[in-house]
Design a binder for this molecule. Structure first.
Ligand SMILES: Cc1cc2nc3c(=O)[nH]c(=O)nc-3n(C[C@H](O)[C@H](O)[C@H](O)COP(=O)(O)OP(=O)(O)OC[C@H]3O[C@@H](n4cnc5c(N)ncnc54)[C@H](O)[C@@H]3O)c2cc1C
Length: 287
């Protein structure tokens, strides 16, 4: 077995330099709930592990310009226990808090969930619906991209060599806004989503003035379904509008058949979850 080097830098610059200098064999370690499982099963054998949990910016939640920045290595438990984040973004927080068990929650990060790049990752459809932005740093400096542009395919991201994820920015919320995330799994706990759906919307005087919809596990990468959001805006979220948005979700699906669900089942469920998540988000928006 090849030797594995371990480093725990205290700054982002050091972490970037370490990963960039490892010629593709460096891996970031956040909670390790994907990385260590993949190493044990022989899927991955990195030459260098860069533990980012000693870097201040990656391990805190800050409030900026009325929004939030979640450090890439902040655990699900920290996110769920934050004083203001769960109230501002209940859908994002419930998606992150669905990951694994209590033990997993103490380790698993939203940054790791994003970077592992599973099409079924639970936090990602909710982050897409929220309009979250990924902050990335690499040898050429810092850049930002919307979450829906982050993935290149199953297990692949659009990070360039040496880049790491620093954090996730959640925008300020307009009054009357809320979000929700729902997933379907074959068991009651600890399973991979057959479909996941995040909805974020704003209601003013009973009318929907803004809406975004994210879908997971129905395509090679998580999706922003713009047509579904458009179908909700300008309506009172009546059955006709929800039906149109559900149809847009079904039309966006390009799923696979596997032991968890067929193409037809996943496609149908995407529409069902959209309608249910939109109703939950609307109830929350009404307070
Ligand atoms: C028992 C169990 C249950 C689970 N249940 C669920 C579930 O219900 N839903 C779900 O979506 N997932 C689930 N998972 C998968 C996993 O827990 C999540 O994907 C988790 O969020 C990964 O976060 P982490 O901090 O542990 O990532 P890590 O394992 O530390 O990292 C994951 C990958 O991302 C890379 N990475 C991490 N951080 C960065 C960064 N800042 N910049 C660049 N690359 C980075 C790592 O190199 C690695 O390739 C489960 C796993 C287990 C073991």
């Amino acid at each position: 077995m090849q030797d594995i080097q371990y480093a725990a830098p205290k700054t982002i610059d050091e972490a970037v330099a370490l990963v960039a200098g490892a010629n593709g064999s460096g891996r970031i370690l956040a909670g390790g709930t994907d990385l260590l499982v993949q190493m044990r099963s022989g899927m991955l054998s990195p030459g260098l592990i860069v533990d980012v949990k000693k870097i201040g910016e990656l391990t805190r939640i800050s409030e900026e310009g009325g929004g939030f920045v979640i450090g890439a290595a902040v655990s699900g438990a920290q996110i769920g226990e934050h004083a203001r984040l769960p109230k501002a973004w209940p859908g994002v927080v419930e998606a992150i808090n669905l990951i694994g068990s209590k033990q997993i929650q103490g380790r698993a990060s939203a940054g790791g969930n994003l970077c592992n790049a599973s099409p079924a990752a639970d936090s990602v459809p909710a982050l897409i619906a929220a309009g979250a932005i990924v902050v990335v740093q690499g040898p050429k400096g810092r850049r930002e991209m919307p979450v829906e542009k982050f993935h290149a395919g199953p297990g692949r991201s659009n990070l360039t060599p040496g880049e790491i994820v620093v954090g996730l920015k959640l925008p300020p919320r307009a009054a009357g806004s809320a979000d929700a995330y729902l997933r379907l799994i074959p068991r009651t706990e600890m399973d991979i989503a057959v479909v996941g759906c995040g909805v974020s919307l704003t209601l003013q005087n009973g009318k929907c003035t803004a809406a975004r919809v994210g879908l997971g596990a129905v395509a090679p990468t998580p999706l922003l379904v713009e047509e579904a959001g458009k179908a909700l805006v300008g309506t009172t979220l009546d059955e006709a509008a929800l039906g149109k948005a559900a149809a847009a979700c079904r039309a966006a699906c390009k799923p696979i058949d596997d032991k968890r669900g067929t193409i037809a089942y996943r496609t149908k469920i995407a529409g069902v979850l959209l309608q249910r998540a939109a109703k939950i988000a609307a109830d929350r928006a009404k307070g």
